[in-house]
Design a protein around this ligand. Sequence first.
Ligand code: SIN
Length: 328
Amino acid sequence: MKFRLLGALAACAMIFASVAAADPIVIKFSHVVAENTPKGQMANRFKELVEARLPGKVKVEVFPNSQLFGDNKVLEAMLLGDVQMAAPSLSKFKRYTKKLQLFDLPFLFSDLKAVERFQQSPEGQKLLHATEKKGIVGLGYLHNGMKQLSASKPLRVPEDAKKLKFRIMSSDVLAAQFKALDAMPLKKPFSEVFTLLQTKAIDGQENTWSNIYSKKFYEVQPYITESNHGVLDYMVVTSREFWNSLPDDIRGEVKKALDEAIELGNKVAYEKSVADRQAIIDSGRSEVIELTPEQRAKWVAAMKPVWKQFEDQIGKDLIDAAWAANKQ
Ligand code: SIN
């Protein structure tokens, strides 16, 4: 009897030791931007929160600056289980859904506040599920900012962009947008943009103030037109397989930490859209061109016909709902 009891105690101790020593769940979070950007700061805060609240249970490894995967590869890697989380730009989901092309339509949103209103609306929230059939779960939106046009020459009216080569993200809407200007769009990874600009293999690109500043594009682009012609935001994603494999309590804590980290990232996005713009002006390396209302109207007239080309793929109702967010 005594031996049986001792045996049972020993077995319990072994089980306890093996549970206590169980390896933590590892979340590899891969992204392409610098750490001082909205996405970089969001990912780092997410790590801090998760590891403080789930010590020894979950470990978050953040890989910034395309160290692990570029955005064009990261979703494939996620489906293979090589990374667990990422936050690609909404322009990089074309292979998984056509609906998110909505966010690339030029001059759809008047500012980031309108984007936020749409994302929080029922239609915007529904879009977080648009990639689920393909095994990708949308956990939330994150802002970066409105896009500006940088180039090797001043761009004041659409004709100025004619025949110039622009790097774009992997989006057919963005390709159509530059073709509408009679310019040449080239889909290239974010990690290659600086070198392409520096070597003059391309003439320009479109991006947010924080990306233009943190990746030093302004040092190799003498002109930036403050066009605010589109939005560059993100969807934080994971794979359905990984998400469903998490115990309920851990999944809940991870999601809560992510929501808080996104709140910080969004705050950084608003701050950087002002501060990084100013830092670029102060550097004196690049001239920031402000458009007159007449010039801006010409860019709108040149680019907006792109909406019609993608109306069937995106859905007119969705475009109308997004447009309505400008007026609230
Ligand atoms: C990003 O902000 O994640 C990259 C944007 C780009 O590819 O231009």
